[in-house]
Design a protein around this ligand. Structure first.
Ligand code: ADP
Ligand code: MG
Length: 393
């Protein structure tokens, strides 16, 4: 998705006020009635109509008059709200090129005032898994639009919380900088996704490091659940960084063993195909660790001394609750399974993690400064009285 920050720069105080009003209305309405937007935004002299037209023109809103006259936010509209909040907080001040397209996210470079380049991940749940979501209509309670935003926000919150907790426990992950709505700001990892790496100086060492991470995660009570060559970054010195955490689960999850084995399998498969590592008939426990392995060197989940509770205690402290975890798990579980069904080594130029073709300036460092100094006044009088309001806060 193109992120035209030029538009963002020229949006007025009133534009943001109305955009925020639509976001608030979406707590209780899939399509927010125009009349309600008027009331929430409470612009003088019927100014809301003109603003809505402008927001629609820039594709920040979607108009729907099938049941009644109303609007909903588009992902772009939601992006702008998050970006504006972050810029106002001083987290970054310019947006650069797109550096990644994930299954359910877009990743951009952003830069701070002092020129530090960071990575901005905008979560887009539901973008590629429409079918999976359709089958979860019950769960979504027919409020699909808002729930895209809600679930994307949860995914961002979870990713941020996990990244922070993992970093504190010495795992090689990006530094978690900030989080707002569906947007996570983190340090930029130098290097490339492993899927793009054709040759390694020390494939055995890299393999062991990566496998060691899966085991150490489990010892900390966690399973990545999407641990593969797309979500492992590697730099020129063959240092490894893991990314992408919205689907992680606890080792006490009912399918924990399966998820763990699957993460391990992905790594074995990839290293055997890409770097011709052979895993046949290796003696178990050869690495001197406490963890048992089978005859091919695959660690046995049952033999890992797991510390459960990590997830609940440390993550709850970070604002990501058990209920949030349950909500997002319900949604993401099927997707992870579906992804792994689509086996294949990956060529590095298709699918997740690729640099998007529509990035004409892929090799040029170019940042659009945002300079958003105008703050819109907070909207206070927005009570639409819905029960679900708290749930979606
Ligand atoms: P998704 O959840 O959609 O799979 P990821 O977090 O895996 O998203 O990111 C997609 C791609 O974006 C990665 O494969 C990687 O190329 C790039 N990317 C993500 N985070 C960073 C980062 N912090 N630094 C550099 N590149 C990143
Ligand atoms: Mg990924």
């Amino acid at each position: 998705m193109k992120l035209d920050v030029d538009v963002l720069r020229y949006l007025s105080k009133d534009d943001f006020r109305v955009l925020t009003a639509v976001e608030m209305g979406m707590r209780n309405h899939e399509i927010v009635p125009s009349e309600l937007i008027h009331r929430i935004a409470s612009l003088k002299h019927g100014g809301t109509y003109k603003v809505l037209k402008n927001l629609l023109k820039h594709k920040l809103l979607h108009h729907d008059s099938s049941k009644y006259d109303g609007f909903r936010l588009t992902y772009l509209g939601y992006d702008f709200l998050a970006i504006k909040t972050m810029v106002n907080r001083g987290v970054f001040s310019s947006v650069g090129r797109q550096i990644g397209v994930g299954k359910e996210s877009d990743i951009f470079e952003v830069a701070t005032d002092d020129g530090t380049v960071l990575a901005m991940k905008l979560h887009r749940l539901g973008r590629t898994s429409f079918r999976a979501v359709k089958s979860k209509r019950d769960y979504l309670r027919h409020r699909s639009s808002f729930n895209w935003l809600y679930l994307s926000r949860l995914a961002a919150l979870k990713e941020f919380a996990f990244m922070k907790a993992l970093e504190e426990h010495g795992f090689p992950v990006p530094n978690a900088v900030d989080c707002n709505r569906h947007c996570v700001i983190m340090s930029l990892v130098q290097g490339y996704p492993l899927v793009q790496v054709k040759e390694l100086q020390n494939p055995d060492t890299v393999f062991e490091t990566i496998l060691g991470l899966v085991v150490r995660l489990a010892e900390h009570g966690l399973i990545h659940c999407d641990f593969n060559e797309f979500n492992i970054m590697i730099d020129d010195n063959e240092n490894v960084t893991m990314i992408d955490f919205p689907q992680m689960v606890s080792v006490s999850h009912r399918n924990a063993q399966m998820y763990f084995d699957r993460d391990v399998e992905c790594i074995f498969k990839f290293f055997s195909r890409r770097f011709n590592l052979s895993f046949e008939e290796q003696p178990g426990e050869s690495d001197g660790s406490d963890v048992d392995s089978d005859e091919t060197g695959r660690p046995r989940f049952s033999s890992i001394k797991k510390v459960t509770g990590f997830l609940d205690k440390e993550l709850a402290a970070s604002g990501f609750s058990r209920k949030d975890q349950d909500d997002i798990e319900k949604f993401t579980e099927g997707d992870v399974e579906k992804d792994l069904d689509s086996d294949g080594e990956g060529t590095g130029d298709e699918g997740e993690g690729r640099i998007p073709e529509a990035s004409p300036d892929a090799n040029i460092k170019h940042f659009d400064s945002l300079c958003l100094v105008e703050q819109h006044e907070p909207i206070v009088n927005c009570d639409d009285g819905g029960e679900e309001e708290k749930q979606h806060q």
